[in-house]
Design a protein. Structure first.
Lengths: 193, 783
């Protein structure tokens, strides 16, 4: 009786407090992971331009690259870098096709846990595949439909050794930014134009 | 005789005699328990080696790298679970005292041993050049690193970028990829279908040490049970074979000899209906075995476990002697008298077996020589015990037991045609065997290994799934010193590369890449600039790039350190998986050094040999362990056959001398010889390939066959003796057929071979003796 009463009091204080901190939060049942995945899955096959900045303690300024990101259901993701030099990363099935300086290289994703988890984050987010994301990450969603933020925290150590979290943010079914925060403190921020 | 009168007589002497015999046996048994050392090295049953290739083969089989690798396949769970279990298991086995390391293909594992390679990267990298450390060279490397940083691989390359911007470490690692590893899933080795995760563990114990291999297997199972009891593990590899076959031989030998002992006991009880008689029958065998083992231990310093397993074969023959004696006695006759009457026959029976075992004793197979000594001594002791000990123990006492009457087949005794039919059958069998020769010889060393075929099939399947290189073919590079041998191996690198391109081989894994010859290492280290020059070049190369100016200080420091680091040697690798692997591939043999390069996917070893001939002054040659083993087995067989021929000649001389008549000797020898031919023919018809172990068993058949013929041959004089002879032969042959019939059920090739051969041979020898050896009949001429 006593402890339950205390809990109620605590909740009565806590809830408004949380609501005050997250000013733009809406009712929990209106916008959740399932809804976000629905929105993302509804987005048609698309090609978007991006600018990516790599921040590192090794660099005096970030490395900036730009190009096009293309997604085609169910599992093709292409990152075509145009500047500073042409490079192509194409994830198809269990393979990463890499074209750099005119040379082609194929890598099996399942052979490299880091790549596998990285590909899963792109495919999961672009395709709205909740199961795929949950196989590699612990998910936490913040914000509301017009402005949301999804944190992917690695669960397997293959990627967890290098990546602290991946933060994806967007508006409705549109992804606006993907940020990869590395354990080393380096981070890369990919902004969709 | 009343019970009380009997007891008083016993008190006077009989008891004292039995007690004396028992004490004597107990004393011998205690001595045995103290001194006998049992060894398990299965190579004692491999042929002796004469050529360097053969010694290499034996060395590799005994404790080479190949013999120490244990393959572990995990199955029975989903991919994620298997991968996780594989990592945990590799980690826990790596710390286990039974293993040098456990590899599962994961990068972290590589990183663990990569530190040695990292430290010596400038001495090891084949991509070294002076240009790499000039301003343009460094500039290109740095630009490449910048691009890498922005790529999905950025997180990976970051960790070593500041130490190794020119990428020498990667160049070192890339050349080690032998191209024969299994595919990766979740970063660890998996089968193509993802149903099995693979690990390769190198045991500390050599492959032949079956006891410690068994401990290693138990360690794997225990670690797995702690990690995840649901996951099932299949273990295979030479060490596993050694352990498993030891276990199988032991359980088979125990189970089967227990069974046959029980059945024989039941038969003896049925025949004699006298406890004393059964005990008396057991005495010569017990003494023979014990003294035989003691002598083997004294001569060889130890007794091989398999030799002990063969002891069953000795029992099979020695148990017959007392039965011949007891069953041959007429009603009311004291054993002393029947012993005197049987003396020559028994002596010939014993001596012919001793002579046939002599052939084994001369064998250079250590295991077979032990077996020969055990048989010789055992049979001799059992014979003496039968001749002297049993009559002494019995004294004046007449052993009374029911004498079964074995009916005679009268028409067989009179008719001559069965003997003639048999003669034609033997001639036909001999001609057929000559015609087919030599396809019925077992030529593969694997065929005479004690490993059950099911295990070998499983091993082959797993290896295929893993894409594990076929470890039976090596390129062996020779030299007077380790350095010279490594130099010879290094000279072969371009050739190996070409072979790989031409698809003559699928992969190779040369130790020379891990241990370049000294001058090659020094040449590479000389390409490194001095510190001031490197700093100047680096500063200039960094101009206009986004890197912070001081981040490559570790690179500058490590280049400086590398210039002062002594060259990499075998010792540098010690304590790492690579060290364990290399020390098995760089070996000293007969005062020479050998560097072994395992070749994978060789289609035609002969072609490679021809190619090598064309290369002048190459100190390397191709060693095909399978082929070497076939030549070895052939060579051994020739030696064994020669010895057997000598033994046969000796036996014939013995018979002529003992029976004082060449005609009688022939009458005894022919049925035994015919039985041998028919046995071989029957085995071949049954689809068996004859191995060394069949030869051993055939020698035994010869001994048993001579015994039967001797007893058949000596009948006639006394009409009363005939039924007694029939009974003793019936009892003896039944016990032999039971003992070896059970052995034939064994799943172990060795035991099966001996069991099948002797039980078939005993039946045939009995038939042939019955047909040909009776004195009153004229032995049919053999065409």
């Amino acid at each position: 009786m006593d402890s339950l009463g205390r809990l109620r009091i605590a909740l009565r204080f806590m809830v408004p407090l949380i609501l005050m901190l997250e000013t733009n939060i809406v009712r929990a049942d209106a916008f959740d992971l399932a809804r976000l995945m629905q929105l993302l899955a509804a987005t048609p096959t698309a090609e978007v331009s991006f600018i990516e900045k790599k921040y590192s303690s090794l660099l005096s300024e970030p490395v900036v690259s730009s190009g096009k990101l293309r997604y085609q259901r169910p599992d093709i993701v292409e990152k075509n870098i145009e500047l500073p030099r042409k490079e192509q990363y194409r994830f198809v099935g269990d393979e990463l096709l890499l074209v750099r300086i005119g040379a082609e290289k194929r890598i099996r994703l399942s052979s490299q846990p880091l790549l596998l988890a990285f590909a899963a984050s792109l495919r999961g987010v672009l395709g709205g595949d909740l199961a795929l994301l949950r196989a590699h990450y612990q998910l936490s969603l913040m914000g509301d439909q017009p402005s949301w933020r999804l944190d992917l925290i690695p669960v397997d150590e293959g990627i967890g050794r290098y990546v602290e979290r991946i933060v994806v943010s967007g508006h409705e079914g549109r992804i606006e930014q993907i940020e990869v925060r590395e354990i080393s403190g380096d981070r890369s921020v990919l902004q969709v134009q | 005789m009343t019970e009380s009168g009997y007891l008083s007589r016993l008190a006077s002497g009989a008891v004292a005699r039995y007690v004396a015999a028992l004490l004597c046996f107990a004393a011998l048994a205690t001595l045995g328990a103290r001194t006998i050392r049992i060894e398990n090295d299965f190579t004692a049953f491999l042929p002796p080696s004469t050529t360097p290739e053969e010694r290499l083969l034996i060395a590799q089989l005994r404790d080479g790298l190949v013999s120490r690798l244990m393959l572990v396949a995990l199955e029975g769970a989903d991919e994620n679970t298997l991968a996780r279990t594989s990592r945990k298991l590799a980690e826990s086995l790596g710390r286990n005292a039974e293993f040098e390391y456990a590899a599962n293909g994961s990068l972290d594992q590589f990183a663990a041993q990569g530190e040695v390679l990292m430290r010596h990267r400038y001495a090891l990298s084949p991509a070294m050049s002076v240009e790499k450390f000039t301003v343009p060279g460094l500039r290109a490397a740095l630009e490449e690193q910048l691009a890498q940083m922005a790529s999905p691989f950025g997180a990976l390359s970051r960790s070593i970028m500041t130490r190794d911007p020119t990428g020498e470490f990667l160049a070192v690692v890339r050349q080690f990829d032998s191209g024969a590893a299994p595919g990766l899933r979740h970063g660890v080795w998996f089968s193509g279908d993802g149903k099995r995760a693979f690990l390769i563990a190198q045991t500390r114990a050599p492959g032949f040490d079956s006891e410690r291999q068994e401990q290693a297997m138990a360690a794997v199972r225990k670690a797995l049970a702690l990690e995840n009891p649901q996951v099932n593990a299949i273990l295979t590899g030479p060490g596993v074979f050694a352990a498993e076959s030891r276990r199988l031989i032991r359980t088979d030998a125990e189970r089967l000899s227990m069974l046959s002992a029980l059945v024989i006991l039941a038969m003896l009880v049925f025949v004699y209906r006298s406890a004393l008689a059964v005990v008396l029958v057991a005495i010569p065998v017990a003494f023979g075995l014990l003294i035989g083992v003691l002598v083997v231990n004294t001569v060889f310093g130890s007794v091989h476990a398999i030799t002990l397993g063969f002891a069953a074969t000795l029992i099979g023959e020695a148990v017959d002697y007392p039965s011949y004696l007891l069953l041959n006695g007429a009603a009311g006759e004291v054993a002393r008298n029947s012993a005197r009457r049987l003396r020559v026959t028994l002596a010939l029976a014993v001596l012919s077996t001793v002579v046939s075992a002599l052939a084994l004793t001369l064998s250079s197979f250590k295991g077979l020589a032990q077996l020969g000594v055990l048989t010789m001594v055992g049979v001799l002791v059992a014979g003496l015990a039968t001749q002297y000990l049993i009559p002494w123990l019995l004294g004046d006492r007449v052993l009374s037991f029911r004498r079964l009457n074995i009916p005679t087949a009268d028409f067989l005794e009179r008719a001559r045609w069965p003997g003639i039919v048999a003669a034609f059958t033997v001639a036909a069998a001999a001609a057929w065997l000559l015609h087919l020769h030599p396809v019925w010889w077992q030529r593969d060393l694997a065929g005479i290994s004690p490993v059950p075929p099911a295990l070998r099939v499983q091993d082959a399947d797993l290896r295929r799934e893993m894409g594990a290189p076929d470890v039976s073919i090596f390129l062996a590079s020779r030299g007077g010193s380790q350095e010279a041998a490594l130099r010879a191996a290094e000279n072969m690198l371009p050739v190996l590369q070409r072979w790989k391109q031409e698809k003559l081989i699928r992969s190779f894994d040369s130790p020379a890449r891990y241990l370049p010859p000294l001058d090659v290492q020094l040449e590479r280290l000389h390409m490194l600039p001095a510190q001031p020059e490197l700093e100047r070049n680096l500063a200039q190369a960094l101009k206009g790039l986004l890197f912070r100016p001081d981040v490559f200080q570790p690179f500058v420091d490590e280049v400086g350190a590398a210039r002062a680091t002594p060259p990499i040697t075998l010792a540098s690798y010690m304590g790492s998986p690579l060290g364990a692997r290399l020390s098995a591939l760089v070996v000293e043999l007969d005062g020479q050094w050998l560097v072994l390069t395992p070749l994978g996917g060789v289609l035609d070893a002969g072609k490679l040999r021809q190619e090598l001939l064309a290369i002048a002054e190459s100190n390397s040659h191709v060693v095909d362990l399978k082929q070497t083993s076939a030549t070895m087995v052939d060579g051994f067989r020739h030696a064994a056959l020669t010895q057997a021929a000598w033994a046969a000649a000796l036996i014939l001389i013995l018979l002529v001398a003992g029976l004082r008549s060449p005609k009688r000797a022939l009458q005894v020898a022919l049925p035994a010889g015919a039985a041998l031919i028919l046995t071989v023919a029957l085995l071949v018809i049954l689809g068996e390939q004859l191995s060394v172990f069949h030869l051993v068993a055939l020698l035994l058949v010869l001994g048993i066959g001579l015994n039967y013929a001797l007893f058949f041959e000596r009948v006639s004089e006394d009409v009363d003796e005939r039924p007694r002879i029939r009974l003793s032969l019936a009892v003896c042959s039944t016990s032999t057929i039971i003992t070896f019939g059970f052995l034939a059920l064994s799943s172990t090739p060795v035991l099966h071979a001996i069991g099948a051969t002797v039980s078939i041979g005993a039946v045939l020898a009995l038939i042939m003796s019955a047909l040909w050896a009776r004195r009153n009949e004229i032995a049919p001429a053999v065409t």
